[in-house]
Design a protein around this ligand. Structure first.
Ligand code: 2P0
Length: 320
């Protein structure tokens, strides 16, 4: 029986930005993320006697838009011995492709909906591995709270685990929607291009240290250490894009203006940090007590920009 499965997006505080194996989506580095309550994808899968069909937010997608979904489902079907045509229905409560990590919730929900429909018994580690093959960051959305994707070196050893599914930390994320257009450079090609930067390997060498520092910050409930390191790690990723050959960037003028505003707020004693993914939007990390003031400042500087406040979200859940 087909049921709806919900997966929440996650935002990396230590970024995944490079593959060792593109087919299996094995990463070159370990990453760590926060699963968010405010953004999620609901997905169901079921057999059909007609052609494959993918509905996103109630609209049937054309074959080009559906291609990634069905090439992934073909891999899952081959793995588990099914050969059905399928209808996939997804409702995305995330601005698609604007750097708010829609593929993390999309492929986590799809992997889980597929297993649910065929009654394939997998534990969360196995589910994380299956989601990873759809989209790397999706493997972390199987878990709530903070999760770590240990890079591993094979399909079997590369999966996420829950670092803390119910964190007590006062950590909130403000997603500032400076721009909700589809991004120009997909993550898949951006992270491939980034490897041509002379700073890519030095960054990679820092990965284990940065990951351990982030885990320590979380365990010590140290918001300042977490924020400083998340900001540094994001800037490292974007510095690598700017120094790739050929260079590229996801930044737009408003991204820089938003960075400056975070810095100004900090100088005024309002502690907040930013992280930026494969798009022009920034996400601000802050404590709940400061969120109202930060939102007001951003709305006044950026013409009443839409800002969504997020806290920790849960792992994968079946809705019915
Ligand atoms: C992350 N991002 O760790 C990093 C930081 C964007 C910037 O994972 O090619 O859609 O499908 O494995 O997971 C976005 O990349 O890439 C991403 P694929 P994905 O969240």
């Amino acid at each position: 029986m087909s049921k709806i499965v919900r997966a929440h997006t996650n935002i990396a505080l230590i970024k995944y930005w490079g593959k060792a194996n593109a087919e299996l989506r094995l990463p070159l580095m370990s990453s760590l993320s926060m699963t968010l309550d405010a953004f999620y994808t609901d997905t169901s899968v079921e057999k059909t006697n007609d052609e494959n069909a993918f509905y996103l937010n109630g609209q049937k997608q054309d074959s080009k838009q559906s291609q990634r979904v069905f090439s992934y489902l073909t891999k899952l079907q081959n793995k588990f011995g099914y050969h059905d045509n399928l209808i996939v229905k997804s409702v995305n409560h995330v601005p698609t492709s604007a750097g708010l990590a829609s593929s993390s919730s999309a492929f986590a929900a799809l992997a889980a909906a597929f297993c649910q429909y065929y009654n394939i018994q997998v534990d969360k580690k196995e589910l994380s591995r299956l989601a990873r093959i759809g989209s790397g960051s999706a493997c972390r959305s199987i878990f709530g709270g903070f999760s770590v994707w240990q890079k591993g070196d094979s399909d079997a050893s590369s999966y996420a685990y829950a670092l803390d599914e119910h964190p007590q930390m006062d950590l909130h994320l403000l997603a500032v929607e400076l721009n909700t257009n589809q991004k120009k450079i997909s993550s898949t090609s951006g992270m491939k291009e980034a490897q041509s930067s002379p700073f890519f390997n030095p960054w990679l060498e820092r990965n284990e240290t940065e990951l351990n520092q982030m885990i320590a910050a979380i365990k010590n409930d140290d918001f300042t250490a977490l924020g400083e390191l998340a900001e540094l790690n994001a800037n490292e990723m974007h510095a690598i894009n700017l120094t790739a050959q050929p260079k590229f960037t996801y930044f737009e003028p408003n991204t820089i203006r938003a960075i400056k505003l975070v810095e100004d707020l900090r100088k005024e004693g309002i502690e907040c940090y930013y992280t930026i993914d494969a798009g022009p939007n920034i996400k601000i990390l802050c404590r709940l007590r400061n969120s109202k003031e930060i939102i007001e400042r951003f709305k006044s500087v950026f013409n009443n920009v839409n800002i969504v406040i997020a806290n920790f979200g849960p792992g994968i859940t079946c809705l019915d």
